[in-house]
Design a protein around this ligand. Structure first.
Ligand SMILES: C[S@@+](CC[C@H](N)C(=O)[O-])C[C@H]1O[C@@H](n2cnc3c(N)ncnc32)[C@H](O)[C@@H]1O
Length: 143
């Protein structure tokens, strides 16, 4: 009824992005500032392909931006090669927020009782790819 009243197609076109489907206008995923940053930083993950993480990263950036004025820091759990971290960092122009970005990952490549070939076991790779000031709490924590 709503679609007919607005003169819109009765069945909206559904687009599929790496396991996430939407009937909403996908334009912000495909062009503009987010799309350009995603294309640049998804390459930090050597296993990326086509639209890998496209919609997930859009949601990450959208909600990170909503939280830019919420008191407190940001934490990303699940870092791998740092693609998401770097993208969110750039998208929200993180240095302007006066927050700390915490990156949490065991870097042991374990996933559901097996070794995941597509995970990263080298945190140094993230440090060089994501040039953030970092503090290695594991080294200073005797426990
Ligand atoms: C699918 S990858 C994340 C990809 C990442 N978003 C990127 O930018 O490429 C999942 C990551 O989560 C990490 N991980 C698994 N369990 C975790 C946990 N309990 N806490 C934090 N990270 C975890 C894994 O080591 C792996 O690096």
């Amino acid at each position: 009824m709503y679609l007919r009243a607005r003169g819109l197609p009765q069945v909206p076109q559904t687009r599929h992005f790496d396991g996430i489907s939407t009937a909403a206008d996908p334009t912000p995923l495909l062009s503009g500032r987010f799309a350009a940053l995603h294309e640049q930083y998804i390459k930090l993950n050597p296993f990326y392909r086509g639209s890998s993480y496209l919609y997930q990263h859009y949601n990450d950036c959208f909600f990170a931006n909503l939280c830019r004025d919420v008191p407190g820091d940001f934490l990303i759990a699940g870092v791998a090669f740092g693609a998401t971290a770097k993208l969110v960092y750039e998208y929200v122009q993180f240095p302007r927020l006066g927050k700390t970005l915490h990156l949490v990952d065991p870097f042991d490549r374990r996933a559901n009782g097996r070794v995941a070939d597509t995970y990263n076991a080298d945190p140094e790779r993230v440090r060089s790819a994501v040039p953030l000031r970092s503090r290695d709490t594991s080294a200073s924590n005797p426990n």
